[in-house]
Design a protein around this ligand. Structure first.
Ligand code: NAD
Ligand code: LMR
Length: 328
């Protein structure tokens, strides 16, 4: 029997991430080579023309899996029956800004979108927030969607995870697939903690292959500040790598990770001392269509302090959106 089509919605589809993301989705990279896709592109008036143009190009690609493309400015229409919602639409930061500076302007986008998801999304909906600051925007969207289980709202830290893999592979001179057990903890911000204490390369502990000075002086700050490095180099925030990470995040969520693990911003169940309800990056495995936090990892004192520091920032962001009236 043929696989039924899945409804996928991308917000901000007229923007720079959208322009690379939608072609990967339509090619089958998001859901695999047998799942047809109905794609909806949500924009605001300023981005509509770009989204319409992108829709023309999608048609011109003649992707075998792409059944339909709809462009709309109406969130209720965009999320009606949606199974995969990629919430990209929001302002990126520029040179000289921290992502948290976007909290108020971008935070206002995610409440109404949470409401619209609550109203019409399919019962199997999975939501990935890409728009910054991702963890707290996911928290806001989820808070406005009480009928959707909170675990279906996730925030993208897969780009940080992939950045860490890229740095380790280059340093150790090994192919990326040989590295396992890397974790990005905390907030998608400069306070995040890329943790190699359980990582292996070709089955050998990474901690025995690199020196401490490189880990603390180069690896951790480089990964944590890579978004800013890209902005300075390109004059615009990361786009193709962000789209690629979004594809990886959803693909692993739907298809599973097997024994390996990855990193994702998921709602905390209190694991590792992270207050329940915060959307925090954890080590996760994709299991039976769900992201599960990898349990029982030992956390040394260095890691504990770094995780606590990033979680403190998440608590501050939650307090900030609360005081701005962005939570219901
Ligand atoms: P962009 O400015 O190129 O595109 C954003 C698009 O969103 C624009 O076309 C705009 O019209 C649209 N938009 C704005 N408000 C909207 C709304 N309410 N509904 C629908 N569409 C709306 O920006 P970009 O470079 O594509 O980045 C988008 C977001 O992704 C930014 O917040 C950026 O910081 C973030 N980002 C996150 C990661 C990550 O790792 N989590 C990586 C890169 C970028
Ligand atoms: C990134 O990590 O590349 C994005 O979050 C964009 C940014 O503002 O750094």
């Amino acid at each position: 029997m043929p696989t039924p089509p899945m409804n996928v919605t991308v917000t901000g589809a007229g923007g720079q991430i959208g322009y690379t993301l939608v072609f990967r989705i339509a090619s089958g990279a998001l859901l695999g080579p047998t799942t047809p896709i109905n794609l909806t592109l949500l924009e605001i008036p300023g981005g509509r023309a770009a989204a319409e143009g992108t829709a023309l190009e999608l048609q011109d690609c003649a992707f075998p899996l792409l059944r339909s493309v709809t462009v709309t400015e109406d969130p209720v229409r965009a999320f009606d029956g949606v199974s995969i919602a990629l919430l990209v639409g929001s302002r990126p930061r520029a040179v000289g800004m921290e992502r948290v500076a976007l909290l108020e302007s971008n935070g206002r986008i995610f409440g109404p979108q949470g409401l619209a998801l609550n109203e019409g999304a399919a019962s199997d909906v999975r939501v990935l927030v890409v728009g910054n600051p991702v963890n707290t925007n996911a928290l806001v969207a989820s808070a406005f969607a009480p009928d959707i289980p909170a675990e279906r709202f996730t925030a993208m830290t897969r780009l940080d995870h992939n950045r860490g893999l890229g740095q380790l592979a280059a340093r150790l001179g090994v192919p990326v697939p040989e590295i396992d057990g890397l974790t990005v903890w905390g907030n998608h911000s400069a306070s995040q903690y890329p943790d190699v204490s359980h990582a292996t390369a070709g089955g050998r502990p990474v901690s025995g292959l690199v020196d401490e000075a490189w880990l603390t002086g180069e690896f951790i700050p480089r990964v944590a500040n890579r978004g800013y490095e890209i902005i300075q180099a390109r004059g615009a925030s990361s786009a193709a790598s962000a789209a690629s990470a979004a594809i990886d995040h959803v693909y692993d969520w739907v298809n599973g990770t097997g024994d390996r693990w990855t990193s994702a911003g998921v709602v905390s169940d209190g694991s590792y001392g992270v207050p329940e309800g915060l959307v925090c990056s954890f080590p996760v495995r994709g299991v039976d269509g769900r992201y599960e936090i990898v349990p029982n990892l030992s956390i040394d004192a260095f890691s504990r302090a770094r995780i606590d520091n990033s979680v403190a920032e998440l608590l501050e962001e939650r307090a900030a959106v609360l005081s701005l009236g962005l939570l219901p």
